[in-house]
Design a protein around this ligand. Structure first.
Ligand SMILES: Cc1cc2nc3c(=O)[nH]c(=O)nc-3n(C[C@H](O)[C@H](O)[C@H](O)COP(=O)(O)OP(=O)(O)OC[C@H]3O[C@@H](n4cnc5c(N)ncnc54)[C@H](O)[C@@H]3O)c2cc1C
Length: 451
């Protein structure tokens, strides 16, 4: 099913209503997809989408509307990027400037990791980690605590060193540790709630080469005793499962190597799993063409850290996503708890992925002060069925202090989400100061942060 067929089938778009909305906007958009998120499961309610080219115009748009929200690359699965009135796309903010002396890069808010990575690599630099796909904007990813994997890798937001932001009263501010001291940590995973970010500065490091090895069929029993070692076996490690047969269907190990090293020949066995004989897609019956190189072939960091290549559709395309964070120390117990629901989960599932994320100090990060394991679900586009399974998974994970991914689908009660964030009160107070009239508030924030 292609994207357009999926939009029709999912009932996400009522073309008449949508076209009326677009004609009121200023994009001149004629493509129905532009007013839904990437997956097509969410239709934006905002009546207008503006694409200002300069900071002055961002200011004007903010001051002209009672409710405004910045929109990134549209890859969130819920209403987090929506607004009752106006959305602003920063895609014309596409500048990139490397500062070798301070090992930082400053990019416009429209820049995606797919644009940033070759720019950095060409100059001998890298970011510390990437998500499964490069298609997302740097600002949108950092605003939601987007992550890759790696026991010692913080999420992507942990690389943020400064942000330039237009506030609710049209003021242009620089947010950094120097200007805000400790409260900078409250602004980084900002959920789009503080203002419209126009530029972001990230820490960079010397570029590196990597390989990617894939193993098949790792029994969950191996995780009981060796979970730590398995996730420590590479710079970034992902396990995939369909929840059947008490095993991970695939293990992806991304390893840093010395430049110029030969291809790595995978040992045939890894904790009882066997080396894949060909390139694999995490979803068994999908073509591996869209996946980054495997089979131990060396390549640049940005062509190994993400699972999916830039010029291809990542993941499945027609899909829904959910992800829950639990303490890494309880990872195995949490997996066993979810496994009890395998027969409810598997019929609606493309694939589940387990990843690890190092603890950080960002107030609203799902890995705040906690080394974490993320249990992710790529669902078939069957919302009615998925909606019924989520509360059951959430109940199983409740004893582990579960935190949902801000940008994916969940049904947890707001009080349950809020209870997991020790700095929530401070975050709310910060929003009250930056945005006293609630210009950047939307249904998602009203429910999950203030509800
Ligand atoms: C196929 C697929 C794979 C994914 N893989 C991963 C993964 O590996 N790991 C992971 O953690 N997540 C993953 N995600 C989720 C994704 O990383 C998040 O949804 C991310 O927020 C998307 O960024 P975006 O640029 O599309 O932002 P959007 O979805 O457009 O917006 C997200 C948030 O950022 C805010 N925002 C955007 N731009 C600005 C700005 N200029 N100023 C202020 N706020 C702004 C928005 O208001 C909103 O609150 C995946 C999603 C998809 C569709």
């Amino acid at each position: 099913m292609d994207k357009r067929e999926f939009l029709k089938a999912s009932g996400a778009v009522v073309a008449g209503t949508l076209l009326t909305k677009i004609s009121r906007g200023q994009t001149g958009a004629s493509d129905v997809e532009k007013r839904t998120n990437w997956a097509g499961n969410y239709t934006y309610r905002a009546e207008r989408l503006d694409v200002p080219p300069k900071v002055d115009e961002v200011k004007k748009e903010i001051l002209a509307h009672a409710r405004v929200k910045a929109l990134g690359a549209r890859h969130s699965f819920n209403s987090i990027a929506d607004s009752k009135e106006e959305q602003i796309s920063l895609k014309k903010f596409d500048g990139m400037e490397l500062d070798e002396k301070s090992s930082t890069v400053t990019v416009g808010a429209g820049v995606t990791y797919g644009q940033l990575a070759p720019y950095l690599d060409g100059r001998g630099f890298a970011v510390h980690n990437m998500a499964s796909l490069p298609h997302i904007s740097v600002v949108g990813a950092c605003a939601t605590g987007t992550h890759g994997s790696g026991n010692f890798n913080g999420n992507l937001s942990t690389a943020v060193r400064a942000m330039e932001m237009v506030t609710a009263n049209g003021e242009v501010m620089t947010l950094s540790r120097e200007t805000l001291a400790e409260s900078f940590a409250g602004t980084v995973v900002g959920l789009g709630a503080l203002g419209v970010i126009t530029k972001i500065t990230l820490a960079v490091e010397p570029a590196f080469q990597m390989t990617q090895l894939v193993y098949e069929d790792l029994s969950f029993s191996q995780l009981e005793k060796n979970l730590e070692e398995i996730f420590a076996s590479g710079y970034s490690v992902s396990l995939f499962t369909d929840w059947q047969k008490h095993r991970a269907t695939q293990v992806w190990i991304k390893q840093k190597i010395v430049p110029g090293a030969d291809a790595v020949v995978a040992p045939n066995e890894f904790y009882g799993a066997t080396a894949a004989k060909r390139k694999m897609h995490p979803i068994a019956d999908h073509s591996a063409e869209s996946c980054t190189e495997q089979m131990g072939i060396p390549g640049p960091w940005y062509e190994r850290l993400p699972h999916f290549k830039m010029n291809f559709t990542p993941s499945s395309g027609a899909e829904l996503q959910t992800e829950y964070f639990v303490p890494l120390a309880k990872g195995y117990e949490a997996i066993l708890a979810v496994e009890e629901l395998r027969d409810q989960i598997t019929p609606h599932l493309f694939i589940t992925e387990f990843r690890t994320i190092a603890a950080d100090t960002l107030w609203m990060s799902p890995a705040y002060q906690q080394d974490s394991m993320a249990i992710h679900f790529t669902w078939k586009p069957e919302w009615e069925a998925v909606r019924k399974v989520l509360p059951q998974i959430e109940e199983k994970l409740a004893p582990f202090g579960v935190r949902p991914h801000w940008a994916k689908l969940f049904t947890l009660k707001p009080s349950a989400v809020q209870g997991q964030y020790a700095r929530l009160k401070d975050f709310r107070a910060m929003l009250g100061t930056y945005d006293p009239k609630g210009r950047f508030r939307n249904e998602f924030l009203d429910t999950n942060i203030f509800g």
